[in-house]
Write a protein that binds this ligand. Structure first.
Ligand code: RAM
Length: 347
């Protein structure tokens, strides 16, 4: 019951709470208020993968909303392409502005570390959210268990294509930490399905035009492709739009992955896509916002077992470092969207 409760609160945004309470079985939002010990009037820099991806905008909106309730300010500073180079100026700007902290979604695991080390030395708190970095001295706010995200996407596709046939992955940037760690677990899970063969992984850089180009290349190189997993909201929505206008492909091809219900609703309701997964990116942002505020106020340290309250979401505990990550906090399990529920969500 506890896990279920967390699933629903992790998905629910306050605007949606009523719908979910009715629609998904009576789990409400926690009404706990912010800790009075938290400082206010601080400024935090948000450095998303880019400033044009709607998913990143939703996440940043969640961070800003959380910090606003504490009397803090946020500044979004990133580029329009998903590269480490486009994020370094934001880190430098945060240092110059004497910000209290940074919340970053890493476009690269290691290329940002020298700049982030400077920020840490200057006293800024570093939180990564959505896509981790492999540097020391930061807390990672993970949307869901990394292995579960990867393995469950393979299981969804396996179920839909009868566990057999050529499959491909349409990913985001080739250096994106989050997609690459999910893909690692997809490959592990594929060992359970000997008749499913991963023939290619292509990268659309979380840009619709680039995603379409690599998708078309994939379809012409592998005319017998049975399935595509796109673990990016930009990739899956681009591919769904293409399949929607090339319906004959649906006779042999199935698409799944990670998508925003608001973008995918049309394609699920018209049968182009049967199921996909995600979490609530606004709530991921809110969790990251309360985490960075607690760290910058000194109410918690980056250490396993430390607990903090994320008003509206509940109490969270920092998990110990695991393979490939440092200390982290997990929002909740991923949620599967289908025709039966996709219209209920507002993100
Ligand atoms: C895209 C981004 C983001 C990822 C989602 C699922 O919007 O790559 O980092 O978490 O997809």
């Amino acid at each position: 019951m506890k896990l279920k409760n967390r699933t629903i609160t992790a998905l629910a945004s306050s605007a949606l709470a009523t719908t979910l309470v009715i629609g998904l079985g009576g789990f409400g939002l926690s009404t706990a208020s912010a800790s009075p010990k938290l400082k206010s009037g601080q400024t935090f820099y948000l450095i998303p993968k880019d400033t044009v991806n709607p998913y990143e905008t939703l996440e940043d909106g969640g961070i800003t909303a959380a910090l606003k309730t504490l009397g803090d300010k946020t500044v979004v500073n990133s580029g329009t392409t998903d590269t480490a180079a486009s994020q370094i100026p934001g880190i430098q700007a945060a240092i110059q502005a004497h910000a209290a902290g940074i919340v970053i979604a890493g476009n690269d695991p290691s290329a940002l570390c020298p700049s982030l080390a400077q920020a840490h030395a200057a006293g800024l708190v570093i939180v990564s959210a959505d896509s981790d970095i492999s540097c020391p001295n930061h807390l990672f706010i993970n949307q869901a268990n990394t292995a579960t995200i990867g393995t469950s996407e393979v299981d969804l596709l396996a179920k839909e294509i009868g566990k057999s046939g050529q499959i491909a992955i349409l990913s985001a940037a080739a250096t994106a930490t989050n997609q690459n760690s999910w893909i690692k677990y997809m490959k592990v899970e594929l060992k359970k399905y000997p008749k499913m063969k991963l023939v290619a992984t292509v990268y659309g850089n979380d840009q619709p035009a680039a995603s379409l180009t690599v998708l078309q290349g994939l379809l012409s190189a592998y005319p017998n492709l049975r399935g595509i997993i796109s673990p990016t909201t930009v990739g899956i929505s681009t591919a769904a739009q293409y399949l929607d206008t090339h319906k004959s492909l649906l006779k042999h091809l199935t698409l799944t992955g990670l998508g925003l219900p608001s973008q995918m609703k049309k394609y699920v309701l018209d049968g182009t896509v049967k199921s996909f997964e995600l979490w609530n990116p606004v709530n991921l942002g809110r969790l990251a916002g309360f985490a960075v505020a607690n760290l910058a106020s000194g109410t918690i340290k980056i250490a396993a077992g430390q607990k903090f309250n994320a008003p509206g979401l509940g109490e969270y505990t920092i998990l110990p470092p695991a393979a490939g990550t440092g200390p982290s906090v997990v929002l909740g399990p991923p949620f599967v969207f289908t025709k039966a529920n996709v219209a209920k969500f507002n993100f």
